[in-house]
Design a protein around this ligand. Structure first.
Ligand code: PXP
Length: 249
């Protein structure tokens, strides 16, 4: 049976810590707990303004866990230098605007070739697996493939932020973009805005092998605890994979 990996994004543990300064709650301690609770990897976004994760979080995390670390970052010289020093398992290149609340859209892979291509090459040469966070458009998947990115992460934010007919349409876009990753032999991840309620339809897309989820899991932890929040998400993802297998028998 296909096992979808779950990357838990710990950014918002940093958000709460930074609201008061100091060191509590510690995102690195949350990462260890997330792995115990069934996460396959840890995702963190080091933003230019350091609003949640700080460089020392990345360094402490790299020194303390063996599980894969997925560093989300902008394709800037500063961030490339940090990634090359920290050597995470993976880097997910994301667009970043200082004034945005969260990563609002995917990269314009096709239109940013001059910036992205050397960064992808540099990180790949250092043995880091590079993914591009893109909107679910076939042209973006093609552009990622042309730049030799081995992975794309499809932005599920629009799907997650809508309902009814338009959610169906957004899901169709995700399904079509995911199918294109097969054509170009690119690994397909997905993430942003995923919750207990909307994760199943994304987990059911056959090409998706990894989901990165943060805000909902950390928010839900307020009510049921981080361990329970992660293990419930794990179970929902596994149940979807099992249903997909049965439907093919
Ligand atoms: N994937 C990427 C590339 C992201 O930028 C984010 C948000 O940091 C996520 C996944 C997780 O999104 P959310 O926090 O909404 O689950």
């Amino acid at each position: 049976m296909r096992k979808i990996r779950l990357g838990v994004n710990i950014d918002h543990v940093g958000t709460i810590r930074n609201a008061r300064g100091g060191s509590h709650p510690d995102p690195v301690a949350a990462a260890a707990l997330a792995l115990e609770a069934g996460a396959d990897g840890v995702t963190l976004h080091l933003r230019e303004d350091r609003r949640h994760i700080r460089e020392d979080d990345l360094q402490r995390l790299a020194a303390s866990i063996r599980a894969p670390i997925n560093l989300e970052m902008a394709a800037t010289a500063e961030m490339v230098a940090i990634a090359l020093a920290a050597r995470p398992h993976a880097v997910c290149l994301v667009p970043e605007r200082r004034e945005e609340v969260t990563t609002e859209g995917g990269l314009d892979a096709a239109g940013s070739r001059k910036t992205l291509e050397p960064v992808i090459a540099r990180l790949s040469d250092a043995g880091i697996r590079v993914s591009l966070f893109i909107d679910p458009d076939e042209s973006q998947v093609r552009a990622a493939a042309e730049m030799k990115a081995p992975v794309v992460e499809l932005h599920t934010g629009r799907y997650a932020g809508t309902d009814g007919q338009s959610r169906r349409a957004e899901l169709d876009r995700l399904v079509r973009a995911a199918a294109t990753t097969r054509t170009y032999n690119i690994e397909c991840h997905a993430g942003h805005g995923l919750t207990f309620e909307n994760v199943s339809d994304v987990a059911a897309i056959p090409e998706v092998v990894e989901l990165n989820i943060g805000h909902f899991l950390i928010g839900e932890a307020i009510f049921i605890g981080l361990r329970a929040s992660i293990s419930e998400m794990r179970q929902r993802i596994a149940a979807t994979a099992a249903r997909a297998l049965l439907s093919r028998l």
